[in-house]
Design a protein around this ligand. Sequence first.
Ligand code: 13P
Ligand code: SF4
Length: 323
Amino acid sequence: MELTLKNGHLDMPVPDGIDFREEIKKLKKEKNAVILAHYYTTDEVQEIADYTGDSLGLSQQAAKTDADIIVFAGVHFMAETAKVLSPKKKVLIPDLATSCSLADSINEQQLKDLKAKYPDHTVISYVNTTAEIKALTDIVVTSSNAVKIVSQLPEDEKIIFGPDKNLGNYVQKVTGRKKMVIWQGGCHVHSRFDANALKELKSKYPSAKVLAHPECPEEILQLADFVGATSYLLKMSTEQPDKEFIVATEPGIFYEMKKRNPRKTFIPVPSNDGHPLNMCVNMKRNSLKKIYLTLKYEFPQVDLPKELSEKAVVCINRMMAMS
Ligand code: 13P
Ligand code: SF4
């Protein structure tokens, strides 16, 4: 049977009344497959995943799993990173059209031009980048370990940091590094949290703690009690004794926050275009039906040329060693 994609995913008929959860469970066992899902996917996807996590946690999991097949429910660059880390495994992606505005904010030529302009700089790239960008990178970071990794470099190291300008500014501020050239890219989700709405929420819930992701603009970070990667915000929501948290990151994380802290209240920060839930539409493209179909037909797969993969893995391995 010839398999074709519609808008990036398989769209075949499925039997009436099919129980996707049960069918996925059976296929996983039959094929020795594992489902990795980012914290920003929908509740039902996180519910059936074998492992949920943030970018760093998912990369570590992809590197160490002994499954034959990885189904990656996240966005495209994450599945690509899993393939780079586990080149012998089959990496399936429920929807190829899961792009990321941050990864799309720099291309190969732009980074080549920047490297030519600043030839003696160490290139540090956020994991939210394509394999082509990683192949031109010295060290990859995630929001979990960016501060830790930059801090390990000599104080006068000249650095190109990209593509997220907010994370770059945050890392520069925390580490005090002076010689950083920061690419001006951004995540369309984290950059559109509304600072005025956040101030109003702080007045309405005066005892609430504010949790914010470093991909948010400075004006949001200044209002936060805790700044860090998604897994760090989850940790704070669990370890801090407070009962109310205002959260400035993608609201998919509420599923795990509420699961771990059923008696606590989590309040989302609206977007500056007036939306009460500031969501990543690409993460939400993952669905049970798409996961079922991708596992059943083992299609679409993420594949990379060997040479590209071998170049891209070097900077990811440096990150793993330094974090
Ligand atoms: P982390 O998963 O590192 O928190 O990054 C957030 C994000 O936007 C992932 O795409
Ligand atoms: Fe990309 Fe932002 Fe979506 Fe994360 S939340 S996948 S950085 S667009």
